[in-house]
Every structure is written in structure tokens, then in C-alpha cells.
Design a protein around this ligand. Structure first.
Ligand SMILES: Nc1nc2c(ncn2[C@@H]2O[C@H](COP(=O)(O)OP(=O)(O)OP(=O)(O)O)[C@@H](O)[C@H]2O)c(=O)[nH]1
Length: 205
């Protein structure tokens, strides 16, 4: 059995039927399946390499089941995730209430996990604006309030899908680089304090 190293764990959450599996399918396999809807059972995992600057990162993507009976299972999958893509369907207002549930849960239980709000099926509202049930400005205000990124995507046309995952990878990369720098500056500070302490020591003697 082969074992792949994963740099960043990414979890997809959201109400059933919002299009989580389709988002992963579009991103990983560049396709949109039109057959009958099949709900995810438990969760599905896929690893995908992504280029950020001159580095290649491996994202480990967990596509969870949206049905409420799997809610406690989904909790297992967001543990230790560096990013959560919380999906809602732009044509279904109840899916945005469900998004709020997951955002609160992440804020309470997984504070280091960065949140990406993803409004799905944008092709449907491009075809008929009256189908939009979730106002863009309301979602933008909410995203600002909870410090989340906001994307509106279509897995059917591919709109914004690569951009979403690219942002996830870049944020992870920049955040990790920042932490390394932070760690380095702590060491520098300690060395400087030690240096001062030693110099003070010299004066005492
Ligand atoms: N028009 C359109 N339909 C979409 C899009 N994304 C998903 N769908 C459709 O929405 C339905 C549900 O999509 P899934 O990807 O299975 O949804 P899910 O969130 O993974 O569902 P669960 O596994 O039950 O949690 C399917 O019939 C898809 O074809 C999209 O971008 N545009």
C-alpha cells in the first residue's frame, strides 16, 4: 500500500446536496458528472498536488457527508484541518443557515482552522437571477464578521474552483512561512537576551 505525505489537511463541510463532491470532482478530475445524485456516505479522501511559488504542496482533501445523520462523523474529519471549505448552495437559503452552524462549530472547536465560505452552483443564478436565495452582500458581511474568505463557484463551468483551492494553498504556505519566521525571531530574541545577560554578567565581575 502506498502512503502519501500530506502537507495541508483541507475539509469540506456543508448541507447535503450543496455540491461538495462536485467541487472536489471539478478541482481534482476537471469534470462535472451529470448522472443521478448520490449522497456521500461518511467521507471521501483525495490527495492533490498544487504549485505555490516554487514549491509543490500536497493537499489532503476530505469530502464529508452533508446529511445530518453523519454530523458527528464530520466532526472527526475537521480535527487538525488547516482549512475548511464550508459550502452553501446559492439557490437554497437553508444551506446558508447550515453554513453558520459549521462556522460556529469551527470557531469553538478548531480555532486554527481557516474558513473559506463557498457559494456553489453560480451557473444556475447566471442563467436566471431570480434563483438566487442568498444575497451576495449579506454573505460578504458575514465573511468579514467571522474572518472568512468568500468565493462563489460553479463546478459545472469550473468558475472560481481552481482559484479557491489556490487561495487555500497560498494561505497555508504563507502562514507556515510566517510561523517559521516567528519561530526564528523568537530564537533571535532569546539569543539577544542571552547576549545582553552575558554582557551584564561581564560588568558584574
Ligand atoms: N448546476 C449545477 N449543479 C451542481 C453544481 N454542483 C453540484 N451540482 C449538483 O447538485 C447535486 C448535489 O451535488 P453533490 O456534489 O453530490 O453534493 P454534496 O454536497 O456532495 O452532497 P452530500 O454528499 O449529500 O453531502 C448534484 O445533482 C450535482 O450535479 C454546480 O456547480 N452547478
Amino acid at each position: 500500500m502506498s502512503c502519501q505525505r500530506v502537507d495541508a489537511k483541507v475539509v469540506l463541510l456543508g448541507k447535503e446536496y450543496v455540491g461538495k463532491t462536485s467541487l472536489v470532482e471539478r478541482y481534482v478530475h476537471k469534470r462535472f458528472q451529470t448522472g443521478p445524485y448520490q449522497n456521500t456516505i461518511g467521507a471521501a479522501f483525495v490527495a492533490k498536488n498544487i504549485q505555490v511559488g516554487d514549491k509543490v504542496l500536497t493537499l489532503g482533501i476530505w469530502d464529508t457527508a452533508g446529511a445530518e445523520r453523519y454530523e458527528s462523523m464530520s466532526r472527526i474529519y475537521y480535527r487538525g484541518a488547516c482549512a475548511a471549505i464550508v459550502c452553501y448552495d446559492l439557490t437554497d437559503s437553508s444551506s446558508f443557515s447550515r453554513l453558520k452552524f459549521w462556522v460556529k462549530e469551527l470557531q469553538n472547536c478548531e480555532q486554527q482552522c481557516k474558513i473559506y465560505m463557498c457559494g456553489t452552483k453560480s451557473d444556475l443564478i447566471e442563467g436566471d437571477r431570480s434563483l438566487r436565495q442568498v444575497d451576495y452582500h449579506d454573505t460578504l458581511d458575514y465573511a468579514e464578521e467571522v474572518k472568512a474568505e468568500l468565493f462563489e463557484t460553479s463546478s459545472k463551468t469550473g468558475r472560481n474552483v481552481d482559484e479557491l483551492f489556490q487561495k487555500v494553498a497560498e494561505d497555508y504556505y504563507n502562514n507556515t512561512a510566517f510561523q517559521v519566521m516567528e519561530g526564528a525571531s523568537v530564537i533571535l530574541l532569546k539569543e539577544r537576551q542571552l547576549d545582553q545577560h552575558q554582557r551584564k554578567g561581564c560588568c558584574h565581575h
